[in-house]
Design a protein around this ligand. Structure first.
Ligand SMILES: Cc1cc2nc3c(=O)[nH]c(=O)nc-3n(C[C@H](O)[C@H](O)[C@H](O)COP(=O)(O)OP(=O)(O)OC[C@H]3O[C@@H](n4cnc5c(N)ncnc54)[C@H](O)[C@@H]3O)c2cc1C
Length: 431
C-alpha cells in the first residue's frame, strides 16, 4: 500500500526549495508539499540576483511576483572599459523570498492547472517545518533528527553546497565575497547596479566591487574576488569597501546588514547538473544536484529551470524530465568548467581582468544574456574563447592542471589562510 502523506518533500529551505514551492503552487496547487529546514528560518541570508531574461516564458508567471528589485540595465568598469550593459537586472533579498515562500505554503489548495482537476480542500498547500535537521534522505522518505519520518511521492534533496573541505570537486577556483548593505546620508552617486568595478587594490586574484542600489540611500556594496583559495577576511573586505566608497565621494554611511559567500567555480568535471543519482536515491536539486552555472557562480537560472521542469509534470515522471534537462545542460556545463580552467590555471592572477574585459567588450548583449542564462550557443562559446590570447599566461601550470589532482591536496590548501599560501602551494593546486 502506498501511504504517502505528501506529493513532494523538499529537504532544505534555500533558493531551490523556495523556487520549487512557487512553481509547484503555480502548476499544481492541489499538490501537498512538505518543506523541512534545519535553521529556524528559511532562505538564509542572501541577495539573489539574476537577469530577468534568464526567466523562460513558462516560468515568468511564478517568478515575476518574487522579484523585489529591478533595474533596466547595469554597468561594468574593468581596467579602463566602462560599459553600460542594456540588460535588465533583478534581485531578491532572502527576507522577501522567505516571506513569499511561507505565504505560498500557507495558501489553500484549489484547482490543479496541470490535470484540470478541481479538488477544493481545507488543507493548506504546504507544511513548513523549521529547526528540523534531516538526517536521512531516501527516494520516498526522509527522517529528521528527532526520529520522525515522512513519506512522499517525490523527495527532492535541496541541502545546498557542501562545505569547502568536503568539496564535490577535485579542482576548483572560488568566487568569494563579503557584502555590506549600507545606509547613506547623501545620495548614491550611480544610477544602477555596477556588477564589476575593479578600481580597487588588486590582490588574491581578480578583485572588484559589486554594488546594488536598492534605493538612493540604501546600497549593497560587495568586495568580490575570483581566487584560488577559500580564505576571506571580513575586516580586509570592509577596508576595501570603505576605500572604494571614499573614492566615490561617499563618506557618511553605516552598515545595516552583511552577507558573505564562497562559491566553488569548478575546473574539473564532477557534479554537473543532474549528475547525482536519480535511481534509488532522492533526486537532488539546487547546488546539491549540480544545478548552478559553473562559470558565473549564479545558480538562479538553473534552479529556476529545474523547478519549472519538476512542477510541470507528475512526481513519478519528474526524474525522466529532469534527466532530459540535465542532458541538455551537460555540454554547456563542461564548457563553463573549461573557461574556469583558463581563468584559474592559464592566466596569472594579476592578468585575469583581461578575460572579463574581453567578455564584455566583444560579446553582444544577446550573447551575454544567453551566457548568464546557461543557454549559450556554440557560436557564443566560440566568440568567448577565440581571439587574441591574453598576456600573462602560465602554460606549464595550465598543462599540469590537466592531470587530475588528489582531492586531499586541494582541501588542505583550501583550508589554509591565503596570506600564508606560497607560490608552490598555488602550483600544487594547479594554478
Ligand atoms: C551570500 C550569497 C549570495 C549569492 N548570490 C547569488 C546571486 O546573486 N545569484 C545567484 O544566482 N546565485 C547567488 N548565490 C549562489 C547560489 O544562488 C546560492 O548558493 C543558492 O542559495 C543555492 O541554492 P540551494 O537551494 O541549492 O542552496 P541553499 O540556498 O544554500 O539552501 C540549502 C538549505 O538547506 C538547508 N539544509 C542543509 N542541510 C540540511 C539538513 N540536513 N536538514 C535540513 N535543512 C538543511 C540549509 O540550512 C539551507 O537553508 C549566492 C550565494 C551566497 C552564499
Amino acid at each position: 500500500m502506498n501511504s504517502f502523506e505528501f506529493d513532494y518533500i523538499l529537504v532544505g529551505g534555500g533558493l531551490q526549495s523556495g523556487l520549487l514551492v512557487l512553481a509547484l503552487y503555480h502548476h499544481q496547487p492541489s499538490a501537498r508539499v512538505l518543506l523541512v529546514e534545519r535553521q529556524d528560518a528559511i532562505a538564509g541570508n542572501h541577495t539573489w540576483s539574476f537577469h530577468p531574461r534568464d526567466v523562460s516564458t513558462s516560468a515568468a508567471a511564478w517568478v515575476s511576483p518574487a522579484v523585489e528589485y529591478r533595474w533596466p540595465s547595469y554597468q561594468v568598469r574593468i581596467h579602463g572599459l566602462e560599459k553600460q550593459i542594456g540588460l535588465s537586472y533583478a534581485s531578491i533579498s532572502s527576507t522577501y523570498f522567505a516571506e513569499i515562500v511561507a505565504k505560498t505554503l500557507a495558501r489553500f489548495t484549489g484547482e490543479n492547472r496541470v490535470t484540470g482537476e478541481n479538488r477544493e480542500s481545507s488543507q493548506p498547500f504546504g507544511v513548513l517545518l523549521t529547526g528540523s535537521e534531516v538526517t536521512q534522505v531516501h527516494r520516498n522518505e526522509i527522517t529528521t533528527a528527532n526520529g520522525q519520518s515522512y513519506r512522499g511521492r517525490l523527495v527532492i534533496d535541496c541541502r545546498g553546497a557542501k562545505p569547502a573541505n568536503q568539496s564535490h570537486f577535485s579542482q576548483t577556483g572560488y568566487q568569494k565575497f563579503w557584502g555590506f548593505e549600507i545606509e547613506l546620508q547623501s545620495d548614491w552617486p550611480f544610477d544602477g547596479p555596477i556588477v564589476m568595478d575593479d578600481r580597487i587594490e588588486q590582490c588574491d586574484g581578480f578583485r572588484f566591487i559589486y554594488s546594488l542600489p536598492f534605493t538612493r540611500r540604501r546600497v549593497l556594496v560587495e568586495d568580490t574576488r575570483f581566487s584560488n583559495n577559500t580564505a576571506i577576511d571580513r575586516n580586509d573586505c570592509l577596508q576595501k569597501v570603505g576605500n572604494y566608497l571614499s573614492s566615490c565621494g561617499v563618506n557618511a554611511w553605516s552598515i545595516v546588514r552583511e552577507e558573505h559567500g564562497l562559491l566553488p567555480m569548478p575546473i574539473s568535471g564532477e557534479h554537473k547538473p543532474g549528475s547525482e543519482s536519480l535511481a534509488d536515491e532522492a533526486m537532488a536539486g539546487g547546488y546539491a544536484g549540480g544545478w548552478f552555472h559553473a562559470a558565473t557562480g549564479y545558480s538562479f537560472p538553473l534552479a529556476m529551470d529545474f523547478a519549472e521542469t519538476v512542477a510541470s509534470t507528475t512526481p513519478e515522471r519528474a526524474a525522466a524530465a529532469v534527466t532530459t534537462l540535465a542532458v541538455s545542460n551537460r555540454t554547456r556545463s563542461q564548457f563553463s568548467r573549461f573557461l574556469n580552467r583558463l581563468l584559474f590555471c592559464l592566466v596569472k592572477p594579476p592578468k585575469r581582468y583581461q578575460i572579463f574585459r574581453r567578455f564584455y567588450q566583444v560579446l553582444s548583449t544577446d550573447s551575454i544574456a544567453r551566457f548568464y542564462s546557461h543557454r549559450f550557443t556554440a557560436r557564443d562559446a566560440f566568440r568567448i574563447v577565440v581571439g587574441l590570447p591574453p598576456a600573462g599566461l602560465q602554460p606549464i601550470v595550465f598543462a599540469r592542471s590537466l592531470f587530475r589532482q588528489p582531492k586531499r591536496t586541494i582541501a588542505t590548501v583550501a583550508n589554509s589562510n591565503f596570506t600564508q599560501i606560497s607560490k608552490s602551494d598555488y602550483e600544487e593546486i594547479g594554478v
